[in-house]
Design a protein around this ligand. Sequence first.
Ligand code: HEM
Length: 328
Amino acid sequence: MLGSVLLGIATLLGLIYGFLVSNFGHWRRRGVLEPRALPLFGSFPSVIWPRQHFTIDMQDIYMRYRETNSYVGCFLLRAPKLLILEPRLVSEIFVSGFRHFEDNDASHMVDTSKDRLIARNPFVLQGDDWRRERAIFSTLLTNGRIRTLHSIMKRVCGDLCDFLAKDTTGGGPHDGTDLGLRFTGETLFDCVLGIQARSFSKDPLPLIRQNQEMSSENIGLTIAGAVSGLFPNLPRRFRPKVFPRSYDRFMGGVIGEALRLRRSSPQDRNDFINHLLELQKEHNLSEEDMISHAMTFMFDGLDTTSTSIAHCLLLVSYQVGMGLGMYL
Ligand code: HEM
């Protein structure tokens, strides 16, 4: 009896191990250098065992192979990923050849029938859907429109400087992540929705709280990442919902209200919400489509831009010495 149980356990463990390593060799067979990967952990162990941010694992591989290879074959858990090391290739992929790269990781992780808030976001779409929504979204991002929003950005810069001058930290170091989020949140709200969100007030902002729930504290996102890494070919309909429902309600509510406000009191402003209202007539967009397009700015723009700003602030604080204390 005991022997059968042990044999059963050994067989099960063997099957799990076989499953976890079944993709290893994927790149070697294609003539691509494949640095050693670990069963379950893949090439970036910190995804599962967070002793450091997993991008530092990527950086380690980059530093080791950047002089000798243009790219190396890696595994995100067990999903094969090509890590591009040569800047020229990175530029080619993101600029001239981008139309061939619509099928990104996010498009596998998200089921747009469950996450309606990003159903129109090119970031998570594939094929014809990607081409169609990209064509609509890019008309919102003309140079002329961005230029006219310069005055809003200047206003927000002024608010940021006033906030820093008030020295809310009592002489201690500033939280660069918080400053980046406040600056970007305020700019996005005003540029996209025409709302001044008073992001530099003392109390924590709902937007910042919601953003934390959406990114760093989002269990759904972690599960979606794990499912995507372990079962890369699983059809979309089996993917879990990624956005917390509270986030859906908050962002959907704010954007819906901004649209209602602008319709009831039109403003002669060259901002995104006015253009979105024009697009609604042109493309016969539903209210849900409109919210999703506005959401593309909020979702794709907030964390990316605020994190870049936070890191710039940190570097500037190093350059000017201890005069401007900063941490992330
Ligand atoms: C420093 C700030 C930003 C960084 C580092 C960044 C980075 C990226 C990257 C790497 C991609 C390509 C992802 C992929 O398909 O594999 C991407 C796509 C995208 N980003 Fe950003 N982004 C930033 C700001 C923004 C802002 C402000 C917006 C909104 C206006 C935005 C909207 C988008 C959209 C819509 C896509 C999908 C494009 C497509 O698939 O056609 N991003 N971004």
